[in-house]
Design a protein around this ligand. Sequence first.
Ligand SMILES: [Cu+2]
Length: 148
Amino acid sequence: MQTRRSLVCLALLFAAASLARADDTCAPVVESGWIRQPPMAMPMMAGFAEVRNPCDTPVAIVAAGSPAFASVELHETRKVDGVSRMRHVESLSVPARGRVSLAPGGLHLMLMRPQAEVELGQRIAIELELADGRKLRAQFEVRRPDAL
Ligand SMILES: [Cu+2]
């Protein structure tokens, strides 16, 4: 009887361990990342991407960074009384099995003070940090100023 109980305990332990592992391997992905090259030399430019969360738990993006820029912020463009304004977004949630689009005219990454000249076609690594401490790294391709 004692043996059977410990076997059940063991089985439960293994089940818990495999559940935890399944959760560990599920991570949101950053797809189709690109940076719009400014029409002239400017101290900031915008980055766009799709963030897809295939997991059963929602996540929140709380920070971003890149070795190619002095700093990166999450921003949102909004029309207020017909005028486009940008605001800093503290936290951006991506629903379970959902996605969030960073696209021109809306949410974007504000890439501040490039550390070197940014060239057309160049691929730049940007990291998004989640509230749980995980980091999502993706390559962003530099496109023409009129890219949409
Ligand atoms: Cu901005």
